[in-house]
Design a protein around this ligand. Structure first.
Ligand code: FAD
Length: 500
């Protein structure tokens, strides 16, 4: 049997492992050994059940997501894998009846105007009447209709930073009050550095196709409405909301993937310290002194963790990996009594643009957005801190971070009440930054590894940080190495188009 060694047990590593298992079930003579340095699998996907820790606690539990709390519904990989692994019924749509996004602007809270798609208004009245933007800011956004599209030389890579693109098309105010917190926030990235071609290529394409973002998003809104009509919800279907989670927390999904792939082939709590190759045989050395040999290696770690491992195999890949920076962030989840919190909980969360100079980047009203996250009579809030523009905050202790987030929630949202519990989840270098030149670095990594039999890299550091992208990158890595053995794997079922 051919053994594929998978390093890293996050979404990408587990996506690879489960793909190998499905290949074995199809009758191919392949297996895997997955090595994960943490005690559990899941990587950034981490959930916990936490009971109240206050005097008189009743033991009822909150479900807390420390890393991602959802995935993009329109991308099929999670649904496909969840169905195969038997946890599709656990998928949880957000509670749209309470959907509202707040944005902090000049110290005041504004509701995101209805019809805004990413950063573009598609409904006139809510845009015209919002106090989120000044009139000069609104007029400048409307000028997008007249800003000529970027001229590209033949063969030129169409790329620019998020900041450059938004300021050029929609003006500084749109960047500061909407695009930076909303679009940059998804990647916890600095708009001054963020490559649009690597993160949101559809925006660049939209400009080329429609010549205007407003026209492009109006067309997109029309298409979504048509699709909703064409694919109405069938009886028993769950509503297809923009984001989806899992009722038992996101980690229930990765645990199901690990079960489906086969726990007997997964080793946790031990780290890979080096990779070497002798002909077609690959050996990885572990930090407990043991080694594992195999016929291929999939490195599904963060780019910065892959770099020293891959350097002994190919320095050009390692150099490209070294060019992918990452930023550190943390989420702080805090439980309150519903009758003490003292704010209107009918919202999904609040965004705090950098311009506001707050310690808090964003906060999610977790128990509003995801029903079942808090027990009866209690609510769950989650703050997000760090990111490339505020790395200094990460030097605080957990106690200090809780204090900072609580103070911010009190001053920005008016939160009252005594915390029932608080948890900090730190993500050291947890968010890869797709800076300008990112696609070139990824192409180097892919082209070089295409020439090295038995080596593939996978994960959120390359072609998409979203969980569905990570799963697919793990699956592609398996197809790369099995293809070199002339093993043809069955195509993964294509999901019905999901509309939200
Ligand atoms: C706070 C936060 C919120 C996020 N929110 C969302 C969201 O809502 N929706 C969404 O789609 N995405 C979100 N993301 C992004 C998404 O979670 C990640 O991109 C994705 O989970 C990464 O998966 P991965 O498998 O590539 O990497 P990881 O999950 O980082 O897995 C890599 C694994 O490799 C292991 N490893 C590293 N070195 C070694 C070694 N030498 N030996 C053995 N093991 C090793 C690590 O321990 C880790 O478990 C968020 C990320 C963060 C940090």
């Amino acid at each position: 049997m051919r053994n594929i060694i998978i390093i890293g047990g996050g979404a990408a590593g587990l996506g690879a492992a489960y793909k190998v298992k499905r290949a074995a079930d199809e009758g191919h003579d392949v297996g895997f050994t997955l090595i994960e340095k943490d005690a559990r699998v899941g990587g950034k996907i981490a959930s916990e059940r936490v009971a109240d820790e206050w005097d008189g606690a009743d033991g009822a539990e909150f479900i807390v997501d420390g890393g991602p709390d959802c995935f993009l519904t329109s991308k099929p990989a999670v649904h496909r894998v969840a169905k195969a692994a038997g946890v599709f019924d656990g998928e949880l749509p957000s509670d749209e009846s309470r959907k509202k996004t707040l944005i902090l602007s000049r110290g005041n809270l504004y509701e995101m105007p209805d019809g805004v798609m990413m950063f573009a208004p598609t409904k006139f009245v809510p845009f015209a009447t919002t106090g989120l933007f000044s009139w000069p800011g609104k007029i400048r956004m409307g000028m997008d209709l007249f800003v000529p599209k970027k001229k590209l030389a033949p063969g030129e890579l169409n790329d620019e930073t998020l900041e450059h693109f938004i300021v050029r098309r929609m003006g500084q105010e749109c960047l500061d009050r909407l695009a930076e917190p909303l679009v940059g926030g998804v990647h916890a990235s600095d708009p001054k550095q963020m490559s649009l071609a690597a993160t949101f290529p559809n925006l660049l394409e939209m400009e080329q196709k429609h010549g205007s973002m407003l026209k492009g998003f109006l067309a997109a809104r029309k298409m979504v409405e048509q699709m909703k009509k064409k694919y109405p919800l069938k009886p028993g279907d769950k509503p297809k909301t923009f984001f989806t989670s899992f009722a038992d927390g996101m980690q229930s999904f990765t645990e199901a993937m690990a079960d489906a792939a086969g726990r007997e082939s997964i080793r946790t709590g031990v780290s890979v310290s080096s990779i070497s190759r002798d002909g077609d045989i690959w050996t990885v050395a572990l930090d407990d002194g043991s080694t594992v040999t195999g016929d291929a290696v999939i490195v599904a770690t963060e780019a910065w963790a892959a770099e020293p491992l891959v350097r002994s195999v190919d320095t050009a890949i390692a150099d490209a990996l070294a060019g992918i920076p990452s930023s550190t962030s943390a989420t702080v989840s805090i439980g309150f009594r519903a009758d003490e919190i003292g704010i209107d909980m009918d919202a999904f969360g609040v965004l705090c643009p950098q311009k506001e100079k707050r310690a808090l980047m964003a906060a999610t009203f977790s128990s509003t957005k995801w029903p079942g996250r808090a027990p009866e009579g209690k609510v769950l809030m989650r703050g997000f801190v760090g990111g490339p523009q505020n790395q200094a905050i990460m030097e605080n202790s957990d106690e200090e971070l809780i204090g900072i987030v609580l103070k911010e929630m009190r001053s920005i949202l008016g939160v009252k009440g005594v915390p029932l519990f608080a948890r900090v989840y730190r993500w050291h270098l947890g968010m890869p930054q797709y800076t300008m030149g990112h696609l070139g670095r990824v192409e180097t990594i892919e082209q070089r590894s295409a020439g090295i039999k038995g080596l593939a890299l996978a994960g959120g550091s390359y072609r998409g940080v979203g969980i569905p992208n990570c799963i697919e990158s793990g699956e592609r890595a398996v197809s790369k190495v099995t293809g070199e053995w002339d093993i043809e794997l069955a195509e993964d079922a294509v999901e019905e188009k999901r509309v939200h």
